[in-house]
Design a binder for this molecule. Structure first.
Ligand SMILES: Nc1ncnc2c1ncn2[C@@H]1O[C@H](COP(=O)(O)OP(=O)(O)OP(=O)(O)O)[C@@H](O)[C@H]1O
Ligand SMILES: Nc1nc2c(ncn2[C@@H]2O[C@H](COP(=O)(O)O)[C@@H](O)[C@H]2O)c(=O)[nH]1
Length: 205
């Protein structure tokens, strides 16, 4: 019998809204059944980041070779650095019937939507623009110039929220996590997957 493909879950939203924080909180839950797709980037490693855990860190040349070799499902140049999703991992994992979770910016999400129209696209929004700026500043990883660039991009990205299946406000991390988990369960139900899963667990046809 052919294995049913997993669900591709895409979490996107403007820089600083809390995508990484929410994603880490989701993956720290014991019952979570998604596989996280680690992105490739040409950006410099931040203190505390680990190659192969937070990102696969590459030089610009290495990244451009990956583009030429068609190794990326999507990629973009964001505020001076490349970011992309390795295609083989995503396809292999979905084919094994596992859900794959991407945490990417808006341009990349648009490219994924074109290739995987059946994916589940969730857009994270901040409680306000001033709170968004406050979060980027508080993180303390960007210079003032980069904060301004990220805020300019963010204002345009927020206009794209109507292209998503769901919009989730990240007021409190734990609320956003619960909402995203509920959305994924609802989508599985809508696509008749939960019923199949329970039947498998219960051993009924
Ligand atoms: N719900 C929240 N309430 C308050 N602060 C938050 C919340 N979620 C995230 N933050 C804080 O906001 C800052 C930005 O969060 P994070 O790095 O997760 O954002 P991001 O969307 O992944 O950013 P980027 O796109 O730049 O990688 C961090 O300092 C984080 O601790
Ligand atoms: N299009 C893609 N965007 C990605 C990917 N991995 C991360 N990102 C997004 O880039 C920005 C900046 O990230 P940072 O780590 O430098 O703060 C942020 O919005 C990420 O979500 C990817 O593979 N493709």
């Amino acid at each position: 019998m052919e294995t049913e493909k997993g669900l591709l879950i895409v979490l996107s939203g403007p820089s600083g809204v809390g995508k990484g924080t929410v994603r880490k909180a989701i993956f720290s839950e014991p019952d979570i059944q998604f596989e996280y797709s680690i992105s490739v980037t040409s950006r410099k490693m931040r203190p505390g980041e680990v190659d192969g855990v937070d990102y696969f860190f590459k030089t610009r040349d290495e990244f451009e070779t990956m583009i030429k070799n068609d190794e990326l499902l999507e990629y973009t140049e964001y505020v001076g650095n490349y970011y992309g999703t390795p295609v083989d991992y995503v396809k292999k994992t979905l084919n094994e019937g596992k859900d794959v979770f991407l945490e990417i910016e808006v341009e990349g999400a648009k490219q994924v939507r074109n290739k995987f129209p059946d994916g589940l696209f969730i857009f994270l929004i901040p409680p306000s623009l001033s709170e968004l700026e406050n979060r980027i500043k508080t993180r303390g990883t960007e210079t003032d110039d980069l904060i301004r660039s990220r805020m300019t991009v963010a204002k345009n990205e927020l206009k794209m929220m109507n292209l998503y299946d769901y919009v989730v406000e990240n007021d409190k991390v734990e609320h956003a996590v619960e909402k995203i988990k509920a959305i994924v369960i609802a989508e599985h139900c809508r696509r008749n997957r939960v019923e199949k899963r329970f039947k498998k667990i219960l051993g009924v046809d």
